[in-house]
Structure formats: structure tokens, C-alpha cells
Ligand binder design. Structure first.
Ligand SMILES: *Cc1c(COP(=O)(O)O)cnc(C)c1O
Length: 335
């Protein structure tokens, strides 16, 4: 939903570019370096999407026939078109989590060495914020404990940090701290950072070199991608620092909706995503279309649930209008 800022448009227009397949695009190189630094890792790789970053990570860490532990509610398991199986011949092992935190004992038990009849566990995937319909934060301590459990068995850990800056802000820590215990991670420049396109995979230099080759294999080598990287550089300089505003406004939106009768606990809104149950008599599709008629786009999640996402194009001034539209959308039905 986010639109690029004027600064991004300007930077894209004047970006220095070169052939990134040959490693000669200065804007891409700068973006990859800054992103790696921000995440506390050695190197970065600019890719087309979060999905591509996740798939490249799995492809680079694993071999066909390996098993990958994922959270039941994760993006990589639910919303990537079965890529783990379809592209890389990997077996996903989904486990339940408590808001993105695997119970350590169950996690340890699920990790298996390969044997004659067993596909060995080759990767643990974490996600922070967790669950794109809720945006829960996973604390640095929880991240470290899960990573320790995997590392003790020689299993690397990958973090899908599509919205890591929202998590870091809410937890009052740095993205590097949240990623400190994992071997590789990604974050999205689109989403809350408002770039038109792109995500970044970060990790050790050797891992990123291997991932770069895999990206090429997938046809993801992009020539003068500096035009897009230029927007990413603006995002790192100007947008990362303001996601706290989105988190705060989302919490206030949740509080306002709870006050006017929506059955939600504002404390469950930890970042910029508000999960909104609709009343029994108002199906989510009806609610969403009524909201849309007032210019508020919400995403239908289930029969009676939607999500609202606060971002840089939603202002303090919009808050009242959103709540008013929501009240009207459930009142119409009752009359
Ligand atoms: C959006 C998202 C992705 C995928 O990013 P795309 O750029 O849409 O492919 C992956 N993981 C999480 C948690 C996300 O929210």
C-alpha cells in the first residue's frame, strides 16, 4: 500500500548505476553494505522480494531431501506457493509456536540427525515480527534461546525479518540485536519502509556469495538495479527511524476500536498491524467493502476477521475518520 516518498523518486531519478550482475552497480553495492551493517552481518544481497530472499536462504543452506523446521503460522510455510518443496526438494516440518516462539523442548525434540530412514534437519526458520496478520514481536532473549537450541545440534538459523524494524522499535532494541544469534536474515524495503520494490538478505560473506550464485540461477540477477537500490538507501536513512510512529498509531487505533465495541485487546497490537474481529452479524467481506467505500482499505483474513496496517501514508488525522467508518460499518447492519 505504501507509496514511495518524494525523496525516493528524486534519488531514483539521479541514481548512479552499473551492471549489478558484474558487481558494478555502485548504488546496489552501497545499499547491500549499509543493510549488512545495520543488521550486524558481514554482507548483503539485494533481491526482488521477501519471498525470493526466504527461498534463496533455504536453497543456500540446504540440499534436496533435507528437512526445514518452520513455524505453523509463518510466511515461508503458508504463503510462498510451496517453494521449499517445489523449488528445492525440501521437506518443511511445521511446528506450533507461541507467537513465533518455539517451545524449546519440542524444538529440540523435532531436530533430527539424518539417518538411513530420516531426512535430517538442516535449517531452523524464525520470523520476527511473527504472523503477518498480527505482527507479534519476538524478544532478543527468545531469539537467542531458539538459536542456541539449533546451534547446539549444528543446525543453522535463518530469520525472516520482513518487518524487523517494527519489532526492534517496539522492543526498544536494534535490528542487529534481534539478528545477532541467527546465521542469516532478510528484511523488506517495501512494506513499512515504503520502497517500490525489494528485500535484502544478509549473512556471512561466504553464504552471501553462494546465495548470489543461486539468485543468478533463479534469474534474479538484475542489471542496473541501482535505480531501485537508490530508493532503498533513502529508506535506510529516513524511514527506519519513523516506524515507531506507525507502531504507536496502530496501538491508538486498536484502543479506539476497542472503545467503540470491537472485541479486541489493544495490548495484542504490538507493532503496526491491528487484527480486527468483526461482530458475528457482519462478515469480514461486508465490513471490508463498507470500509472501502469510505476510502479505508482493510484486508479480509477470515470469515469474521480483518487486519488493518498502519504505515507512513496513514496520519494522525486519519485516525478519527477510520474509527468513524468502522463504527458505521458495523452499525448499518444492526439497523
Ligand atoms: C511480506 C512478507 C514476506 C514476503 O515478502 P514479499 O516481498 O511480499 O515477497 C515474507 N515474510 C513475511 C513475514 C512478510 O510479511
Amino acid at each position: 500500500m505504501t507509496l514511495p516518498t518524494r525523496g525516493m523518486r528524486r534519488a531514483m531519478m539521479t541514481a548512479a548505476v552499473g551492471d549489478d550482475v558484474l558487481g558494478e552497480d555502485p548504488s546496489v553495492r552501497e545499499l547491500e553494505e549499509r543493510a549488512a551493517e545495520l543488521m550486524g552481518k558481514e554482507a548483503g544481497l539485494f533481491v526482488a522480494s521477501g519471498t525470493m530472499a526466504n527461498q534463496l536462504a533455504a536453497m543456500t543452506f540446504c540440499q534436496r531431501g533435507d528437512e526445514v523446521i518452520v513455524a505453523e503460522g509463518s510466511h515461508i510455510f503458508n504463503l510462498e506457493v510451496g517453494g521449499l518443496a517445489a523449488l528445492h526438494g525440501l521437506q518443511a516440518r511445521p511446528l506450533p509456536t507461541s507467537r513465533g516462539v518455539f517451545p524449546l523442548e519440542a524444538l529440540a525434540e523435532a531436530m533430527r540427525p539424518s539417518a538411513l530412514q530420516v531426512a535430517g534437519t538442516r535449517l531452523l526458520c524464525l520470523e520476527n515480527t511473527f504472523d503477518l496478520n498480527h505482527g507479534y514481536t519476538v524478544s532478543g532473549d527468545a531469539m537467542r534461546a531458539m538459536a542456541r537450541t539449533a546451534h547446539a545440534r549444528g543446525i543453522p538459523v535463518y530469520l525472516d525479518g520482513a518487518r524487523i524494524f517494527n519489532a526492534a522499535s517496539a522492543l526498544q532494541t536494534s535490528p542487529a540485536d534481534l539478528a545477532a544469534s541467527v546465521d542469516a536474515a532478510m528484511f523488506c524495503l517495501s512494506k513499512g519502509l515504503a520502497c517500490p520494490v525489494g528485500s535484502i538478505l544478509v549473512g556471512e560473506t561466504a553464504f552471501i556469495a553462494k546465495a548470489r550464485r543461486n539468485r543468478q540461477r533463479l534469474g534474479g540477477g538484475w542489471r542496473q538495479a541501482g535505480v531501485l537500490a537508490a530508493a532503498g538507501l533513502v529508506a535506510l536513512a529516513e524511514m527506519v527511524g519513523r516506524v515507531a510512529d506507525d507502531n504507536h498509531l496502530a496501538r491508538r487505533l486498536a484502543e479506539s476500536l476497542a472503545r467503540v465495541g470491537f472485541e479486541l485487546a489493544p495490548g495484542d497490537c504490538e507493532t503496526n498491524i491491528v487484527f480486527v474481529p468483526t461482530p458475528p452479524g457482519v462478515p469480514a467481506v461486508v465490513f471490508a467493502s463498507r470500509m472501502a467505500s469510505k476510502g479505508v482499505r482493510v484486508k479480509v483474513i477470515g470469515t469474521n476477521s480483518c487486519r488493518m496496517v498502519v504505515h507512513k501514508d496513514v496520519s494522525e488525522r486519519d485516525l478519527k475518520a477510520i474509527v468513524r467508518a468502522a463504527v458505521a460499518a458495523i452499525r448499518v447492519h444492526m439497523e
